[in-house]
Ligand binder design. Sequence first.
Ligand code: ZN
Length: 459
Amino acid sequence: MQPQTLKIEHAHYVLTLDGGRRIIQDGTILVDGPRISRVGKATELAGAAADRVIDARHFVVVPGFVNGHMHISYAHAVRGIFQDDLGSPLPYVFKLQMAMTEEEEYHTTLLGLVELVRNGTVCFVDPGSTKFPDACLQAYEDAGIRVILGECVADQDAPFPLPRYGTEEAIARTASFVRKWDGRLHGRIRAWAMPFSPETCTVDLLRGAKRVADEHRTGLTLHHGSSDAARQASLARLGLRPTEHLEANGILGPNVLLAHSLGLDDAEVDCVARSGAAVTMCPVTAAKGARGIAAHGRMPELLQRGVRIALGADSPNNSNHLDMVRTLNMAAIQYKDARQDMRQIPAELALEMATLLGARALGLGDQIGSIEPGKRADLVCFDTRRPEWQALFNPVNNLVYNADGRSVHTVIVDGQVVVDAYHQTFVDEERLFGRVQEIGERLLARTGVSLPRSRWPIE
Ligand SMILES: [Zn+2]
């Protein structure tokens, strides 16, 4: 059993993300059970005792990171198999994902969780990729992470194999998933409605899924994008843009999280802002996938309109890493270049999207995302005794522009230390890595997915 009270003492800097965005130098955080009880100068809290005291003199402490879109299921087993000249990997993605067995998905999920927590992510949204949540429950519990789950449903044909049901069945499955899973693991699991996308779901299914989310006071996420071609087609067919079509059918709202959302025009940005919907953007996936941030990315406009934006890693075969520091770095730099304007997405705003704003986007802003008394104790301690952290004058700039997840030293979720001095203790990593490699080899052989391993000869 871990200690009930925890003191993170003499932190070099605490980036609180509180209302005043205070940065406390020589700060101390007190944790009582799952919650933060006090935050202040080390001198003010010197007299407070705790079951465990963490010496944070060399640490920059930040709120735990939130990953708003992260398909965790299959990809670790076959990461890196898609070469740059492949074209769309989606047909392979779904074929491999559909073929996972329960035991295989448990192990690949476990590896995903190891990578997430060791890089400081304490909460993620899996947009319905997990086929065997019952098997993965033990992994979520062992890792101590927060996860938003759902069952991916569709009722239309797709150019790739998706779980397809009749409309009513898809809605019923969504409702029963939410009832079964929402609030488990002391509230660390939330269950949402997860229709795949407007292209693969009828309006009736989307409305039904939204109704389930509203009735159960939970969320809904779906993949959403737009583009000039999609907009023209939608205008010709329905007289509405794709995002307007969602709004007109009552599918947008404060409990809705739109994933990706590239290619929106001004009218669609208005739609999202007006409806109060939130967005997850995946900057590394967008860049790696050559999605054209300069032409299609509207992150600055969405933020200006007050839209809550979370950052996502998408998948270990899209981004391909799960390092939120590298992700927020990409968010901070790609719009500067695209707009040829260094004022775009300042470092502070990028950090907000990975923490407080991301938590708000997931409907968890009252519980996590900042370091304040009463909030859940989800904390990441970065070790500054590394070359990339030197010299240290502005901890936000150093974190966003210099560092990456390799300097994550200690991670705390709900007051429990889940990464301690760079080590997680819930799994034997070496054995797991071997296991996942075997699973990948087996999966490729079983599905007949055969891609050239390398553009260069491997002897
Ligand atoms: Zn996705």
